[in-house]
Design a protein around this ligand. Structure first.
Ligand code: UGA
Length: 350
C-alpha cells in the first residue's frame, strides 16, 4: 500500500510513519515544513519525503494523491492558544487547505483517513461522547476558541456528505488528548503556547510555576500515542472494509483526570527522575483565570470523555497504557531529548 501523509513531521504523523515502516511493507510519501522528528525514517528506502508547504506545493500533493492508495491529511493548527490568537490562520489552514485535499480525493476516488477531533463535541453535556448520537455544542462567536471545532466539524460534514453520496471512501477518527514523546516542541512551550502536557514539562524544566487555568477542575482523558497509533493502523488496514464511511473516537476513558491532578502527578514523576531527585525545589502550582491566561476569546471544556465501543467493535482494539505510565513515558522521553540537545549544544560551543 502507498500512504500519503501530509504533515508527516507532526506529532501523529511521525509516530504513524515510524509504525508503518517498522511493522508493514507499505511505502510512505510524506510532506512537511521540517523533518526534525523523523529521525531514522529519513534513511528508509520506503519513505519518500518532501520538505514543502501545503499552501505552495499543490502540484506535488495532487500528483501524490493520484499515485497513493490512501491519504492522511494531518496538517493543522491544534493548540488552543493559537485558536484565540489567530483564528483566521486556523480557518485558512485547518479548513480551506484541507478542503482542497478532500476535493482532490473525491476527484481521484482515493480513500481518505481524516483527523476529526474530540473538540467537535465542544461542551456537549453527555457523560460519554458518542460518534453517531452526541450533539456537537459550541459557544458564541465572540468566543473565538470554537473556530477550530467549527472548521473541523464542517469538514466532517463535507466528507460525510461526499461519502454517503458515493463520491468518497472515508474514515474520520477523533483523537482524545493523545500524549507522548515529541507532543509539541519545548520551544513553543517556553513561549506558553503549547498543549497542557508539554506546557507543564517546560515549566518543570525551567522551574517556572505550573498554571492551572480556572483552578484546574476541567477534566481530560489522556491517551498514550502508541495506543492511538494501534487504532489508526487498524483503520488503515481496514479489515473487511469495516471502517468504510465511519466516524471513530480514539481515546482512553479510563485515563480521565482533572488538570489539577495532572499537574500534581506530573510534578511527582518529574521529581522522581534520577536527574532531578536532588533539585531541591520544584515548580509551585498557581491558579490563573482563563481570561488572563488565554484572553477574552477563550472558553473551556469541562468534561470530555469518549465512548469507545465503536472502536472496540470495528477495530477489535482497546487502549492499554494507563495514565501514570503514559505520563512517565512522555516526561522521560522529553527529559532524554532535552539532555541530548544540551549535550549537543555544549559540543558545538567547545
Ligand atoms: C485540545 C486541542 O484543541 C487539540 O490538540 C485537540 O484537537 C484536542 O484538544 C485533543 O487533543 O483531544 P485541550 O484539551 O483544551 O484541546 O488542550 P490543552 O491545551 O492540552 O488543554 C487542556 C486543559 O488544560 C485546558 O482546560 C486548559 O485550560 C488547561 N491548561 C492548559 C492549564 O490549566 N494550564 C496550562 O498551562 C495549559
Amino acid at each position: 500500500m502507498k500512504v500519503l501523509i501530509l504533515g508527516v513531521n507532526g506529532f501523529i504523523g511521525h509516530h504513524l510513519t515510524n509504525r508503518i515502516l517498522e511493522t508493514t511493507d507499505w511505502s510512505v510519501f510524506g510532506m512537511d515544513l521540517g523533518d526534525d522528528r523523523l529521525g531514522k525514517a529519513l534513511h528508509n528506502p520506503r519513505f519518500h519525503f518532501l520538505e514543502g508547504d501545503i499552501a505552495i506545493n499543490r502540484e506535488w500533493i495532487e500528483y501524490h494523491i493520484k499515485k497513493c492508495d490512501v491519504v492522511i491529511p494531518l496538517v493543522a493548527i491544534a493548540t488552543p492558544k493559537l485558536y484565540v490568537e489567530d483564528p483566521i490562520a486556523v480557518y485558512n489552514l485547518d479548513f480551506e487547505m484541507n478542503l482542497e485535499v478532500v476535493k482532490k480525493c473525491v476527484k481521484y476516488r482515493k480513500r481518505i483517513v481524516f483527523p476529526s477531533t474530540s473538540e467537535v463535541y465542544g461542551a456537549c453535556p453527555d457523560a460519554e461522547f458518542d460518534e453517531d448520537e452526541s450533539f456537537l455544542c459550541v459557544g458564541p462567536i465572540r468566543k473565538e476558541r470554537w473556530i477550530y471545532s467549527c472548521c473541523k466539524q464542517l469538514l466532517d460534514r463535507v466528507i460525510y456528505a461526499y461519502g454517503t453520496r458515493g463520491y468518497l471512501d472515508f474514515t474520520l477518527f477523533r483523537p482524545f488528548n493523545w500524549i507522548g514523546p515529541r507532543l509539541d516542541s519545548l520551544d513553543t512551550a517556553k513561549e506558553g503556547s503549547s498543549r497542557v502536557v508539554t506546557q507543564f514539562i517546560a515549566e518543570l524544566l525551567m522551574k517556572r510555576p505550573i498554571t492551572l487555568v480556572d483552578g484546574g477542575r476541567q477534566k481530560r482523558c489522556f491517551t498514550y500515542v502508541d495506543d492511538g497509533i494501534d487504532a489508526l493502523m487498524r483503520i488503515l488496514e481496514n479489515r473487511g472494509n469495516r471502517c468504510r464511511n465511519e466516524i471513530i473516537n480514539i481515546g482512553n476513558p479510563d485515563n480521565e483526570c482533572s488538570v489539577r491532578e495532572l499537574a500534581l502527578m506530573m510534578r511527582e514523576i518529574f521529581a522522581g527522575h534520577p536527574d532531578h531527585v536532588g533539585d531541591g525545589s520544584f515548580s509551585e502550582i498557581v491558579e490563573v483565570s482563563a481570561e488572563i491566561y488565554y484572553g477574552k476569546g477563550y472558553q473551556d471544556i469541562y468534561t470530555r470523555r469518549p465512548k469507545i465501543e465503536k472502536a472496540r467493535r470495528l477495530l477489535d482494539w482497546q487502549p492499554r497504557v494507563g495514565l501514570r505510565e503514559s505520563l512517565e513515558r512522555t516526561i522521560y522521553s522529553f527529559l532524554e531529548e532535552n539532555t541530548a540537545a544540551a549535550r549537543e549544544m555544549g559540543r558545538h560551543s567547545t
